[in-house]
Design a protein. Structure first.
Length: 302
DNA sequence: ACTGGGACCTGGACGC
DNA sequence: TGCGTCCAGGTCCCAG
């Protein structure tokens, strides 16, 4: 006779390598954290090592303790937690950062607190009973605590380009921003100063949908084609956020680990497989640009 | 100013 | 079984 069991942390581990956190994953994490954190007081902050990619403020735990989280925002791939102390906790997931929610979640399932694992670097116990655990094996992630008024001017955020889903990201902007650039369009779209929040995966997907070769020099693409990238980028990200949102509830019920959801990529990670662009069917090819994998269809991306 | 390449970090996949 | 090597990529930093 089988016995029902509580979800375990192992249930959260995706079978395949999880997608790296780009804008949609970060937004999904933010939405998942919100019910556990917004309006809640941080009763205890356990900073289990002094640094991720950079050292934490040495008194970060003390400054977090007793603070109420007013709201969670997102800028590019950063999560910003505004506190009632006048400070903002800046969080970046890097490449392997994960957020796990356990304990009491208002309006959601209750999970037992998991045993601490390797790479659990920061643990926040909320007064309401929820616990947020930040785990980051590769430690490319980051946290900093700065005055809220200065958060957007933080050196990590200061040079970021416009949000791809915002009004400032439009065809006139993108055409002007790429004019004269001799770098491949793949690299230009990965440049966070051009547009903030895209990573390797969604750049590959956007270029595939737009039918633009990742090798083409950014400044040599006809303006109408560049303009066409804007709605495609918005669509790719919006669809991914929607997928994350719809999976959030199920995923939280399954594990408590936030931000990972099933993707249906057309190009990324599909070397040798048929291109999924409507009516194409060419073979997806993998090349290396700037030391990174690029997946594209030589048949429909020109 | 722009561009390309290296460094950081660790776990997992792979070959011998 | 175990060891070495490669790969993943977000971001910073540096050299040209």
């Amino acid at each position: 006779m089988s016995v029902a069991r509580l979800p375990t942390r192992a249930d959260a581990k995706p079978e395949a390598a999880p997608p790296m956190p780009e804008l949609p994953e970060v937004e999904t994490v933010r939405r998942g954290l919100a019910p556990a954190m917004e309006g809640q007081v941080i009763a205890r902050a356990d900073v289990r090592r002094p640094d991720l990619r950079w050292p934490f403020p040495p008194d970060m735990a003390a400054r977090l303790t007793g603070a109420r989280v007013l709201r969670l925002r997102r800028r590019s791939k950063y999560i910003l937690a505004d506190l009632d102390t006048g400070e903002t906790l800046i969080i970046h997931l890097g490449m392997s950062g994960r957020m796990l929610v356990s304990g009491v979640m208002p309006g959601a399932f209750h999970f037992d607190h998991p045993a601490p694992e390797k790479h659990d670097h920061v643990v926040l116990d909320m007064a309401g009973g929820a616990r947020v655990t930040f785990n980051d094996a590769r430690r490319f992630g980051a946290m900093d605590l700065v005055p809220t008024a200065a958060a957007e001017a933080h050196w990590l955020l200061a040079d970021l380009g416009p949000e791809p889903l915002g009004n400032a990201f439009n065809d006139a902007y993108l055409v002007a921003r790429l004019r004269g650039r001799m770098t491949p369009i793949k690299a230009a779209l990965l440049d966070q100063r051009v547009v903030a929040g895209l990573g390797n995966i969604y750049v590959c997907e956007a270029l595939n949908r737009a039918g633009i070769s990742p090798r083409r020099k950014a400044g040599r693409i006809a303006a109408p084609r560049v303009a066409g990238l804007v709605p495609v980028i918005r669509d790719v990200l919006t669809e991914a956020i929607a997928a994350g949102g719809s999976s959030l509830r199920d995923h939280r019920q399954a594990s408590g680990e936030l931000g990972y959801f099933q993707h249906d990529f057309r190009a990324y990670g599909r070397e040798g497989a048929p291109c999924r662009s409507p009516g194409c069917g060419g073979a997806i090819r993998r090349i290396v640009q700037s030391g990174r994998s690029t997946f594209y269809c030589p048949r429909c991306q020109r």
